[in-house]
Each structure stands twice: as structure tokens, then as C-alpha cells.
Design a protein around this ligand. Sequence first.
Ligand SMILES: *Cc1c(COP(=O)(O)O)cnc(C)c1O
Length: 470
Amino acid sequence: MIYTDTRDNNIKVDLKTAVMGGMNEKTGGLYIPVEFPKLDSSLLNKDPSPSFRDIAFNMAKPYVEGEIPDDVLAEIIQDAYPFSPKVVPLDSISYALELFHGPTCAFKDFGARFMARTMSYFNRNESTPLHILVATSGDTGSAVGSAFHNVPGLDVTILYPEGKISPLQEKQLSTFTGNVRALKVRGTFDDCQRLVKTAFTDASLREKLRLSSANSINISRLLPQSFYYMYAALLVRNRAAMDNKIHDPAIIMVVPSGNFGNLTSGLIAKEMGAPIAGFVAATNTNRTIPDWIATGEYNARPSVETFANAMDVGAPSNYERIKAMYTLDQVREQFASYWLNNDGILDAIRSCNTKTGYIMDPHGAIGWQAWDDIRSGAMKNLMDGVKNDFTKPGLTPNIPSWGQKVVEKKAVGVLLETASPAKFGEIVTDAIGKEPPIPARLEEVMRLPDRAIPMENDYNLFKDWLLANL
Ligand SMILES: *Cc1c(COP(=O)(O)O)cnc(C)c1O
């Protein structure tokens, strides 16, 4: 597969360059494949639908062709995914797509584990380790730390702002051993990011250490997230007749979004033939994308803290990819978009629990509320010409191509549940008055000794530490 650049489509690189480079430093653009090959129709039409790993292997194959042999790819998939996504019916036309059955209980495990193994393969002939530096304000760091733990040839240093992340998140970051460690920085998340960025531009450091990043703009995190969209769409299509007697329903993927990596992966799955009619882009108060869809103007802004903190992004990095793939009109045809403030998030967790018995985390809950509003009249109102105010929580005014199907009750919603509610126990308990059950692997991590290394917010001290310890 050839990869090009969102800012210059004359640029052509291979997968290794795209993965090891992360982004194109020269143009500031992001890498995307030049095409999205259709999945083989024997798999698309299979009933019962294929296993997650079968889908993963066959979807990944064209993107690694010529660079990673089939037997190595099979191993990467096997090793990355000892767990699967789960499709759980909430009511006759709504499903939760649970993406939190990996080691860190959030969907980022799917992308990070594939990235780690792909990087390790591309690094296999080097005599020195590749040092990954990550600044994190929460979920990304633990997914990356866990994904790279004990992966040969790779070494990870995570920087997080001391005292500014939840105790559980801190435990998830600071209890690794071996090739992964965490530095607790006396500063903010922005300070952590600055230390990492300065390191990347420090030629004298880079002479001594091979450095790389692992953030969500990397194409090797995006591609594997498309696997679960395909898996869920095929499964739901095949079981819909049984669940709700809708023949060939319009399948709507409802995606709680921050940097819009997850949603971009959904677009890739759709391009590859997944039976997906469209998407709902659900955000918190950081509504840069809903505003763009509503007004046509894109205004990045500083992020605002919310209860769905993994989506506190004011300048979503994958806007760049979405814009390279589609015109604004095409986006408006495919997406409904919807946003909620903190009160709305608490209400949404409560409403889902009351109506279905299911406990959503604060991110997934925004998706639930979006879908529940859309199917209970919000889409019909839009189509009847009722003008809503997009600066208030709710749906943006564009009517997607699948709107009519919702009104005719020929659509089903698949709500991506991006994290276990146990990771946000306090907020969930505030909303529903009871604690969500805690998965054993989260309970275990709370008992491990804290190994975080204190670090001043000072580049020279940070650099000295890297040179002395890596
Ligand atoms: C990262 C994250 C998101 C947002 O995903 P994007 O790909 O950045 O849009 C949503 N929910 C949870 C729990 C996350 O960790």
C-alpha cells in the first residue's frame, strides 16, 4: 500500500515510513492510504459473520502488503488481540459495542497494541532500542504503556502531570516494570507535552537516542480500529432480523469523539464495504466538529474540562484526515452530530440505566443520549423543518442521508462504548447512585506498587535523566 499526505498528495511513502515517522514533519500533514480496498465479498456476506481476528487479518492485509509477510501479520493479530469487542443488545434497535475488554479497559487498546507490534517488526534489524516518549493526561498513556510492555526492541517513557489525573489512571500509568516507566512531572499536561516536543527537536539528544512518538495521529493506530466497526456491522446486520424484524436495517454507528480518530476508523471500515449507513459524531462541550458541521466554519479552540475527559479536545487532529477524504457536503450526508454539557452527561448515564439497565461510562453516555434523541423524534423534527439552536446541547441542523430511515423505523443504532464505566466510577455513582462493577484487572492494578519517578518541569533535568537512564 502507498500512503500519501493530507497536505500534499504528491507525497508517497510506504507503511514503514508512515508508522515510524508518525506524521510528516516537513508538511505538518498526516499520512493516509491512497485507497481503501473492499473486503472480500465472501467475508462480507458470510453468515454467521466472521470472527474478529479473521476480519482483522483480512482488513489489515492490503495495508501491510509487501512490507509485512502474512505469517507475521497473523502473529501480530493473534498477539495483539487475545480479547474481542462485544456486541450487547440494549433494546430491540440499539446495541452497545463494548470496546473495553482489553487490558486497560478502553478502546485505545485496539490501536495501541497493533501499533506496538508493527513498530517492533519494523525495528527488528536495529541494534539499539527505539525510545517512545509519550505525554499523557490519562487514557493514552496507559494504553500505550500496556501495549508496548515487553514488546522486543521498544522502550517507553510516559510523562504525566502529577496530581492532575485520577488515582486509577495514575496507578495504570505508574505500575509498569521493565521496558515501560512513568515520570510524574511537577507541572501541567502542557508542560509534559513541551518536554517531549523539546526532546524531539534536540539534535544532541537524538544523536544518542533513537526517539519516536506513539500518539493517536499514527496511521497504525487508526487502521486497526476499523476492524471492530466491520465486525459489529456484519454481526448486527445478520442478527437484526431476529432482534427487531427489520430486514436489512440502516446501521448507524454512534461514536463518542475527541480527536476523531475512532470516527475516522469507522469511515475507513465503511469505505472497505462495512454495511454502515452513517455515523453520529457525539462530543462533549468541546464541540469544534459539531460547530463545523452546523456552520461550515472550522474553528479550533482551547479545550475545556468535562466529565468525558478523554474527549476534551478543542483542535481534533483527525479533522485533517476527514477533510482530505470528503467534502463538507459529503460529511453532512454521512454524519449527524450532537453534543452535551456535563449536566447532560449525568442525565444521559441515568437515562440509559433507567431505560435499559445498562451502565454507560460518561463518554458512551453521550452517544446513548444522541441516539435516544434521534430515534425518539429529534430527527423527525429536523426533517419537519423545526429549526434547532446548535449552540445549545443536542443535534446539529444538517439532515444526513439516513435520516429518513430513522423516521421510518428502519434503522438500528450501534453505540460505541469506549471505556469501562468502572474507570469513571465517581461520576457514574453520582449519576445513578450505585457503583459500577470493577473488572478484576482494574482491581489488580490498584494493588500494585507505584513506581513513578518524580521529575521537575525543567528540560535540562529531563534530558539528563534520559541520558543517564535509557
Ligand atoms: C480517547 C477516547 C475517546 C475519543 O476518541 P478519539 O479517537 O480521540 O475521538 C473517547 N472515549 C474514550 C474513553 C477515550 O479514551
